[in-house]
Write a protein that binds this ligand. Structure first.
Ligand SMILES: [Zn+2]
Ligand SMILES: [Zn+2]
Length: 379
């Protein structure tokens, strides 16, 4: 037997769960079973697959193998080891009994499908929350037969094929001896009962499509790309499996004035050069409705940021709110009339003559008078 990694043999990666190992083994075993596969190396391959499965399906053996490789398997896993079906791994009959046994013979409860719905919110709604009524069509238990599938008042017959067991056992011979295969009864799909008179509403399926209106409360502070989960509002499940969930995906429209940065709102405030130099009072709009007064000091630079506390976005969890951040953008005029040019030239001369006299970054009193004139002209 080739000295190949057990995970490679089953074609799974190292971290996979037990269920995936079982599935992979089942697939490979079917493919290489010598009864089905007539290629000369099928038998060896089949033995390899069984060996890998015996180790990887056993939690302790798998942990040992993961840590030490085949050396840790007490010799059983060494390459070249003859595999006769009784070397401690158990015979093929055991393998197939345990494998194709009761687990596949029972109908499995299946959870209903999750449903998705998209909701577009106005910017204000994302900040302060919103209620929406969604209309959606989903699978529910039939209202007439309550999901049973038979017409109310009629009885069910015991399945003739499986005598009510829901499973069929079949003995199969192979080169390794006889093994028993247990499969789900196809006549009754494992229910053990046959519907004599199907429900007229669902035709025996037990489910029907229903259009429902569902109210969704979207919390304050959500952002585009988030989703709200409504547990149990999806499709109904099968065979006692739970109901799926409804996921409401949030899209948010842009706002004319505000941007968002986490729980802060961003407001871009353009001011002119005179306002920047002299300082100015500005009324700042808020999402709450009322304007907030903001005093910009003398010498406000472009890119300066001012915070209006608590006028941002509510935190999704908790009562706090972010801030409204005002970003100052000093605009240099692109065109000036004659008088403005005159004033600015005068200002330029004043700057030149006072050069060195005023401290760095400060304008002199003379300059302030000129700025006032410029400001009047610019407004
Ligand atoms: Zn029905
Ligand atoms: Zn049956």
């Amino acid at each position: 037997m080739a000295n190949t990694d057990y995970y490679d043999i089953l074609g799974v990666s190292r971290g996979v769960g037990e269920e995936d190992i079982r599935k992979a083994f089942r697939k490979k075993a079917m493919e290489f079973h010598p009864d089905r596969n007539k290629s000369p190396d099928a038998e060896d391959k089949f033995k390899e697959i069984n060996e890998a499965y015996q180790v990887l399906s056993d939690r302790n053996k798998r942990a040992q193998y993961d840590q030490f490789g085949k050396v840790g398997m007490g010799g059983n896993g060494n390459s070249g080891q003859p595999f006769d079906g009784s070397d401690g791994f158990g015979g093929f009959g055991d393998i197939f009994d345990s494998f194709f046994g009761d687990r596949t013979g029972q109908r499995q409860a299946q959870r209903g499908a999750d449903l998705q719905h998209r909701v577009v919110l106005a910017f204000e709604e994302s900040v302060f929350g919103a209620n929406r009524e969604l209309e959606l069509t989903r699978l529910e238990d039939c209202g007439v037969c309550d999901g049973a599938g038979n017409e109310p008042g009629t009885s069910l017959d015991t399945c003739n094929t499986c005598k009510g067991h829901g499973q069929v056992r079949r003995a199969q011979r192979s080169v390794f001896g006889q093994f028993t295969q247990v499969t789900t009864c196809t006549s009754c799909q494992g229910r053990g009962k046959i519907i004599k008179t199907p429900c007229s509403n669902c035709r025996g399926g037990g489910k029907e499509r229903k259009t429902r209106k569902i109210s969704v409360s979207i919390p304050a502070g959500v952002e585009g790309g988030m989703q709200v989960r409504l547990s149990g509002e999806g499709d109904a499940g099968a065979e006692g499996g739970g109901t799926g969930n409804l996921y409401v995906y949030i899209d948010v429209q842009e706002h004319q004035f505000f941007d968002r940065d986490g729980s802060d709102l961003i407001y871009d405030l353009p001011i002119n050069i005179a306002e920047a130099a002299l300082g100015v009072n500005k009324a700042i709009p808020t999402l709450d409705g009322d304007d907030e007064d903001l005093k910009l000091p003398m010498g406000t630079q472009t890119g300066s940021e001012f915070r209006i506390k608590g006028k941002g976005v509510p935190h999704l969890h908790g009562n706090r709110r972010g801030d409204l951040r005002v970003m100052v953008n000093v605009r240099v005029p692109a065109s000036l009339d004659d008088r403005q040019q005159e004033l600015l030239k005068e200002l330029a001369e004043s700057f030149a003559s006072s050069n060195g006299k005023s401290r760095k970054g400060e304008s002199s009193e003379d300059d302030k008078g000129l700025f006032d004139k410029i400001k009047e002209k610019l407004n």
